[in-house]
Each structure stands twice: as structure tokens, then as C-alpha cells.
Design a protein around this ligand. Structure first.
Ligand code: PMP
Length: 358
């Protein structure tokens, strides 16, 4: 064929976010497969969400509210922020895309950690930009090195707090010191996908307030993790009105589907479900830490719902061996894997099989 594709596509590969359960079942002829690979909520979602969605099933022939009015109002009320500083999206994945489309032109630089969520680099490449990679220090964002990496070409800095896959955090003091030093013409995308899981007291709890003092900051939250709505695709970003207006120029008109909007409104009201999720995660984490300690495997302490573990053995081979036994985890290169904290039954099954393999 003689079609002419954008030059940037040459350097891109289709993004594969881990193996789907259905593929593994078919490949290995298994009836039951558990996935501890995408940091989902093993408790499912709030019953209030299910009730709200059921009530909305008669309205599927109507387009969603392109302005996500009720969802924005719920977020506005809960966090006391004006509606024009809120932008719901189809997962934070969509927002990462939209941010790249809004800020990155050819040869512009975007700074991010190594290792961190891979979509920051992928979307930068997609726009013909250059990902500037700053290694983690002690498994945590090295904010001093990130500041040093800023050049006149820097358009955006990605901060993932807690970081995926390491589960590590930067403290409130560190983040504020960093934001004070970032030039105002550089945007900061501050991704708190796992913020609800953090135990440490020095974590910035009210990061939404950052946007009041720092108009260059975007705070990204998702309903996919602690709220248990990954399958519906819904998230939102809080940012200065001017940023939201510009991102709205590259957004599709009906980007968040109607069930997702209704589910998110109901999810915001169910604080009890979040508390249950937080507790279950701590219990699972404690169990996994204990088991890894017994097995003499090292891991940085995680403030998220996943653990980054050095299994001292080829991660890809172990990933395949576990898959054959009906367990999907995420190999991270070398001897490191990332495992999501599941139900206690899933955690035990994972450990039993890991012990068999190692
Ligand atoms: N940011 C981080 C740090 C993530 O780990 C993920 C999902 N793994 C996302 C964003 C995207 O989440 P979603 O699109 O489901 O909101």
C-alpha cells in the first residue's frame, strides 16, 4: 500500500497493557484465571454504584452529557472547587493523551521518571516530542534531578505520586519545595491514581489545593483504582480554568459515557467503600510483605495497591510460569515483577504458586 502515515508512528508500538484473562484461559486451557496485573480493586465497586447504574439502563439511547454536568457538580461540592476547574475524562489514560495533545509539539521535551507509568512517554512520542527520562533514586522520584533536567524545550513534567510500579511516594514537603522551583511556563501533571491507598502521614493529602498556588499544575484522579470502576473508564483532572479550556479544545464531545458519569457520582458518595478498600489493601500488603520477607525477596515499601518485588529470577520466565498456573502478574524487566494486592484468597494462591516456581 502507498498510504502515508504520520512519521511519529514509525517509533511507536501498539500498547499492550498486560494479558487479558480471556487470552490466558484460551492459551492454557484454564477455567479459572486470576489477574494481579492491573492494580484493580479486588473488592469490586460500591453497591450504591450498581444500583445507580441499574436505574440508568433505560437511557442508553441518549448521548452522554458532553459537559458531565452532574459529575462536575458532585466533584465541585465534595472538594470545594469551581466546576470550570474540573475536567472528567474516559480514564486518566484519556487525560494523559489530551495533555500530550495540548502541550507537546515536535521536539518538545517532557520529563518523567524511570521507571514510571509508561503512557507518559508513549503519548510524548506520539506527538513527536522527546521523553526526558530521569532515573528514580531509592525507587522514588528524584525531584532534584528532575529540576536539573528542565531546559527551554521542556513543556511538561510528569509526577506519579504514589509511583507506578514502585508504590513509593514523595512527601508533601518535597512536592511543595519542587513546585516552588518549577518555572511557571512548565506544566506539571501530578498523577494521584493511587492516592487513596497511602498510609504515610507525610503524603500530600490535599493536593487539589496545589492548583490554587501553582496555576501550572494539573492534578489527575481516577475512579479505576480505589473506587473499583476500571471497566467503566472514568477519571477527572483539576486544573486552572485556562488549562481546562485549552484541553477542552482537543477533547472529543462525548468522552465520558453516561453509565460512567452516573457511577462516578454514586461512587463519590460512598466513603465507607473507600474505607473498606483501604483496610483490605493494608491487610493484603501485610501478608505479602511477610511472605516476601520469609522468601528473602526485596521490595520497596509500597504506599499503593501493588508491590514491586525483586524475585531474583528472570521476571519474564516467572510471568509465563505463573500464567500456566492461572495467575497473571506484570513482569517489569530483569528480575522485577509488579503484583497487585488481591483478595486474601488471591494473595495466598499467588504466593503458593510463586513458592512452587522459585
Ligand atoms: N496513571 C497511573 C499511574 C496508572 O497506574 C494508571 C493505570 N494503571 C493510569 C494513570 C490510567 O488509569 P485509568 O485510565 O484507568 O484512569
Amino acid at each position: 500500500m502507498t498510504l502515508s502515515y504520520r512519521k511519529e508512528l514509525k517509533n511507536l508500538i501498539p500498547y499492550k497493557p498486560g494479558k487479558p484473562i480471556e487470552d490466558v484461559k484460551r492459551e492454557y486451557g484454564l477455567d479459572k484465571v486470576i489477574k494481579l496485573a492491573s492494580n484493580e480493586n479486588p473488592l469490586g465497586c460500591s453497591e450504591k454504584v450498581k444500583e445507580a447504574i441499574t436505574r440508568a439502563l433505560n437511557d442508553l439511547s441518549i448521548y452522554p452529557d458532553g459537559n458531565a454536568t452532574l459529575l462536575k457538580e458532585s466533584i465541585s461540592k465534595k472538594y470545594n472547587i469551581p466546576v470550570d476547574e474540573i475536567l472528567p475524562t474516559s480514564g486518566s489514560d484519556e487525560m494523559i493523551d489530551l495533555i500530550a495533545k495540548t502541550f507537546i509539539e515536535k521536539d518538545d521535551e517532557a520529563i518523567m521518571a524511570d521507571i514510571t507509568f509508561p503512557r507518559y512517554a508513549a503519548t510524548t512520542n506520539m506527538m513527536g516530542g522527546v521523553p526526558v527520562i530521569v532515573p528514580l533514586k531509592n525507587y522514588t522520584h528524584d525531584l532534584t534531578a528532575i529540576l536539573k533536567a528542565i531546559t527551554p524545550k521542556t513543556k511538561i513534567i510528569w509526577i506519579c505520586n504514589p509511583n507506578n510500579p514502585t508504590g513509593t511516594i514523595c512527601s508533601e514537603e518535597e512536592v511543595i519545595d519542587f513546585l516552588n522551583k518549577v518555572p511557571q511556563n512548565v506544566a506539571v501533571a501530578y498523577d494521584i491514581a493511587y492516592g487513596e491507598y497511602v498510609e504515610r502521614k507525610d503524603y500530600p493529602r490535599n493536593s487539589i489545593d496545589f492548583i490554587k498556588k501553582y496555576p501550572n499544575v494539573m492534578v489527575m484522579k481516577t475512579f479505576s483504582k480505589a473506587y473499583g470502576l476500571a471497566g467503566l473508564r472514568v477519571a477527572y483532572t483539576i486544573a486552572n480554568k485556562e488549562i481546562i479550556e485549552n484541553i477542552n479544545k482537543v477533547r472529543g464531545p462525548f468522552n465520558v459515557n453516561s453509565l460512567a458519569q452516573i457511577a462516578a457520582v454514586a461512587a463519590l458518595k460512598d466513603e465507607e467503600f473507600l474505607k473498606k478498600t483501604y483496610k483490605a489493601n493494608i491487610e493484603g500488603k501485610k501478608y505479602l510483605y511477610q511472605q516476601f520477607d520469609d522468601m528473602k525477596l526485596s521490595y520497596p515499601p509500597s504506599e499503593a495497591n501493588h508491590i514491586y518485588v525483586n524475585i531474583e529470577r528472570d521476571a519474564n520466565e516467572t510471568f509465563i510460569e505463573l500464567q500456566k498456573r492461572g495467575i497473571i502478574i506484570r513482569p517489569m524487566g530483569g528480575t522485577w515483577i509488579r503484583v497487585s494486592i488481591g483478595t486474601m484468597e488471591e494473595n495466598r494462591l499467588f504466593i503458593k504458586n510463586l513458592k512452587d516456581i522459585l
